[in-house]
Design a binder for this molecule. Structure first.
Ligand SMILES: Cc1ncc(C[n+]2csc(CCOP(=O)(O)OP(=O)(O)O)c2C)c(N)n1
Ligand SMILES: [Mg+2]
Length: 341
């Protein structure tokens, strides 16, 4: 610890960085990105072992997700995530154990008690909005929440997330149109990962950037490097602050890359050039973050290693614990499906 303090003092004299984030926030960024990745890796192993029915993960999108979620006020703002947003849910308070209950479809999965497919997130207490499997529907729900908050005089922001493929759906356009007309506090956060299952972005839309679509709604828009967690935070935070003050909605496009196949059921070697994947893998957001904070002297290597050991232990515990939890009972099949009076 003494060494650590010495290094910190030396740094504060010599180092001037432009991160606009505290050391604690940067540690938090690395922790959540790594936790999401390690959990996803374990989920895929559980799937291959026949224990988890389906995995759809956000590998390659962790920087976008963590940077954006950290720009929100937890406990006040709402998150309307999409299926890849495990890292966002973790930032909003979901635990590693809960994430494992979800992928294993266990009785006590707090997202849907094992009724929805895995990765259909929900937590009313944490203001995480439940979502349908039909892509982009969460965007109109988010707009409704923002309108409700406005009518009640509550100052909050709703972040609605989706992939770039979902921006070709009618719900996306209806949501943007309504939010723009009423200047609602919604951040539409699009994680452009280059593909909608096997379809490349160029074949999904006629414009080069999702952000170009904002022009039709006279809406603020930004494009950010979604592989850079700090840049995402620095872009999303002012937008959230402005929306909270009544400045209207934003469309933010984070350019990232889906490092894995679409899901555990997809064989991406059939449509994705290997060379392309190799090039993007060099920009893995977690490796890039690690190398950058080390090179900039933000914190010593031991701090990062401490976080890494902590994450390993947390994931190991979560898997062991969740596997031992009960499955839903067959006679309870309709519980949590229909409202009971
Ligand atoms: C309305 C609708 N059409 C098709 C699907 C099947 N589907 C599930 S995910 C997906 C790809 C969506 O791509 P994108 O929005 O880019 O998100 P990504 O999976 O790339 O993160 C599709 C077509 C669906 N769930 N809903
Ligand atoms: Mg996509």
């Amino acid at each position: 610890m003494a060494t650590r303090e010495r290094t910190r003092k030396a740094r504060s004299r010599e180092q001037r960085h432009d991160y606009l984030l505290s050391e604690a926030q940067l540690e938090e960024m690395y922790y959540y990105m790594l936790l999401a990745r390690r959990l996803s890796e374990r989920m895929l192993i559980l799937n291959r072992q026949g224990r988890a029915p389906f995995v759809i993960a956000g590998a390659g999108q962790e920087a976008a997700q963590v940077g954006a979620a950290m720009a929100l006020e937890r406990g006040t703002d709402y998150l309307a995530p999409y299926y890849r947003d495990l890292a966002m849910n973790l930032v909003f308070g979901m635990t590693a154990r809960e994430a494992m209950l979800n992928v294993l479809g266990k009785r006590d999965d707090p997202n849907s008690y094992g009724r929805q497919m895995p990765a259909h997130w929900s937590s009313p207490a944490r203001r995480i909005v439940t979502q349908s499997s039909v892509v982009a529907t969460q965007l109109v729900h988010a707009v409704g929440i923002a309108l409700g908050a406005r009518l009640r005089g509550e100052q909050l922001v709703v972040m609605a997330c989706c992939g770039e493929g979902a921006t070709s759906r009618g719900d996306f356009h209806e949501a943007l149109n309504f939010a723009a007309i009423h200047r609602l506090p919604v951040i539409f956060f699009v994680e452009n990962n280059g593909y909608a299952i096997s379809e490349r972005t160029e074949k999904e839309m006629p414009v080069p950037h999702v952000a170009d679509r904002a022009r039709a709604y006279d809406m603020h828009a930004a494009i950010v490097d979604g592989m850079d967690c700090v840049a995402v935070y620095q872009t999303v935070k002012p937008a959230v602050d402005q929306a909270r003050r009544g400045g209207g909605p934003w469309l933010i496009e984070a350019k990232c890359y889906r490092l894995w196949a679409h899901s555990s059921e997809d064989d991406d070697t059939r449509y994705r050039p290997r060379k392309e994947l190799e090039e993007w893998a060099k920009k893995d957001p977690i490796t890039v973050f690690r190398e950058r904070v080390l090179a900039d002297g933000i914190f010593p290597r031991e701090d990062l290693e401490e976080i890494e050991a902590h994450v390993e232990e947390e994931v190991r515990d979560a898997v062991e614990w969740a596997l031992a939890q009960p499955d839903p009972a067959p006679e309870d099949a309709l519980t949590h499906v229909y409202k009971e009076y």
